[in-house]
Design a protein around this ligand. Structure first.
Ligand code: NAD
Length: 505
């Protein structure tokens, strides 16, 4: 680690931040209405700053600017010039990793050791799409005898609306912004109201990278107003959404009038299955990391762990020991493993689920929150033992550091339990039996399954969920299917037959 990074780490404190504005048409502006909302620090529950609130008027201004930019220089820019901008954004993110990671930890309560990694990944999102667009965004050609060549081209859609959640804000924003811009669209981003800071940092970076005005816009505000206006706007061609399943459903309904394309990355209740032949220690590490990293506010979290009967007691004892030792504390402390939940309301919701688990018959085992951080929204790492899959705590997404522990005996039972849930985002299988690993992975209903692996992801693979966890896939070249539209061009290279209607006999 460089001395410079070490120095900045040491200085990190829970500072008040400057108030932030909207970013529309290349300018940081107050909303026309002058409305603002407060942004709070989950560690102290004190106000960090005040945020300009956009509503339909500001969304309209941003969409108008984005439309003009699309019809202007951005839309006609040469690929190599566009990619220079995309790579420049990646470089500028790299230069500001420490500042972005800090803002993210301050705003969301995510431990800074984890936000640093997320931020580095965000830069890679831009670099990756610069490469992908140049190598993989190409059409096909279909020669038809000596008469025709049909070929396809992939065009950007125009203005796309990106609506993002608070659980990994910067990573998820860039996950959408990078392919949207790289494929030639212009963007209006509506970040989550609970985590606005890093979105403005992205706006600053894009501003510094010198993108033409209007190509990228940020409108802060609430879902029901700013978000809904973006969804309803007739000049927005597509909405890429990440968030709760119920919100996704509302957005699909609201986008119907303007016939928008939508991409839905939604909630999860993912199973992690540990068979008795698994590598015990690695399975344990992955289980603990998969639920307690990102404070448990992770869409692909293994919130249900299924343990085979023979190893259950030993595994549970090991889980209890880990839970007791997870380092709970200040998200700005680089040694913290679990920070506070994003806001009081979400904290209360998670606490209520823990009470419900007791009512439903679970034994609840928790770590201990240190006295000196009690002002924050801390929920200790929590195990819900003796859970059965029909309990609400096993069926509903809690979105906190809470994991249900369910026993099973056979492969068939594990698969049935894993699948008996409305969600289908992710799944994890731990076994040394290769055949079983593949068989179970193929049988579990989810968009993404890891076998003997924690949630590591290559950017080339499709990302998304099945069942109520989503519609469509982003990631890799799959994002092109969403952010571009194919057009086929039929060219005659011979004199094919054309029927002669209306000819005189
Ligand atoms: P949320 O649905 O409450 O909000 C997400 C975004 O939608 C916010 O920006 C919000 O303002 C906006 N929104 C709310 N109502 C809207 C409306 N009517 N019209 C338009 N926009 C609206 O989700 P959240 O609480 O911010 O995030 C947590 C959820 O996100 C969890 O369910 C989690 O599983 C899910 N998630 C999914 C993935 C994935 O890739 N599948 C990744 C991360 C998070």
């Amino acid at each position: 680690m460089s001395t410079q990074v070490q120095d900045t780490q040491e200085k990190r404190v829970h500072d008040r931040q400057e108030d932030i504005k909207l970013y529309i048409n290349g300018r940081f502006v107050e909303g026309t209405s002058g409305l603002t909302f407060e942004n709070r620090n989950p560690f102290t529950n004190e106000v960090i700053n005040s945020i300009a609130e956009g509503r339909s008027e500001e969304v309209d201004q941003a969409v108008t600017a984005a439309k003009r930019a699309f019809e202007g220089s951005w839309g006609s820019m040469k690929l190599s010039a566009r990619m220079k901008y995309i790579n420049r954004i990646a470089d500028l993110i790299d230069e500001e990793v420490e500042e972005i990671a800090y803002l993210e930890a301050l705003d969301t309560g995510l431990p800074i050791a984890q936000t640093r990694k997320m931020t580095a990944r965000a830069a890679e999102n831009f670099r990756f799409y610069a490469r992908m667009v140049q190598t993989k965004l190409h059409g096909e050609s279909y020669p038809v005898d000596d008469e025709f060549i049909n070929y396809t081209v992939y065009n950007p859609l125009g203005v796309v609306g990106l609506i993002t959640p608070w659980n990994a804000p910067f990573m998820l924003e860039t996950w959408k912004v990078a392919p949207a811009l790289a494929t030639g669209n212009t963007v209006v981003l509506k970040p989550a109201e609970l985590s606005p800071l890093s979105a403005n940092k992205l706006a600053e970076i894009i501003h510094k990278a010198g993108l033409p005005e209007g190509v990228f816009n940020v409108v802060h505000g609430f879902g029901e107003t700013a978000g809904a206006s973006l969804v309803a706007h007739p000049d927005v061609k597509a909405i890429s959404f990440t968030g709760e399943t119920t919100t996704g459903s509302i957005i699909i309904k609201n986008s119907a009038d303007s016939l928008k394309k939508t991409s839905m990355e939604l909630g999860g209740k993912s199973p992690l299955i540990v068979f008795d032949d698994a590598d015990f220690d690695r399975a344990l590490d992955a289980t603990v990391w998969g639920i307690f990293s990102f404070n448990g506010e992770r869409c692909t979290a293994n919130s249900r762990v299924l343990l085979q009967k023979n190893i259950k007691d030993r595994f549970v004892e090991a889980l209890k020991e880990r839970v007791a030792n997870i380092k709970i504390g200040d998200p700005l402390d680089p040694s913290t493993q679990l920070g506070p939940l994003v806001e009081k309301e979400h904290y209360n919701k998670v606490k209520q689920y823990i009470e419900l688990a007791k009512e439903e018959g679970c034994e609840v085992v928790q770590g201990t929150v240190p006295e000196d951080v009690k002002a924050g929204n801390f929920v200790p790492p929590t195990l819900l033992l003796n859970a059965t899959n029909d309990m609400r705590v096993c069926q509903e997404e809690i979105f906190g550091p809470v994991m249900s522990v369910i026993e099973f005996e056979t492969d068939e039972e594990a698969i049935a339990v894993a699948n008996d849930v409305r969600y289908g985002l992710a799944g994890y299988v731990w076994t040394k039996d290769l055949k079983r690993g593949h068989r179970v992975a193929q049988a579990v209903e989810a968009g993404m399954i890891w076998v003997n692996a924690q949630n590591v992801r290559d950017l080339r693979i499709p990302f998304g969920g099945s069942k109520d966890s989503g519609i469509g896939r982003e990631g890799g070249h799959y994002a092109f299917e969403f952010y571009t539209e194919p057009k086929v061009i039929h060219v005659a290279i011979g004199d094919h037959h054309i029927p002669q209607f209306g000819m005189k006999k």
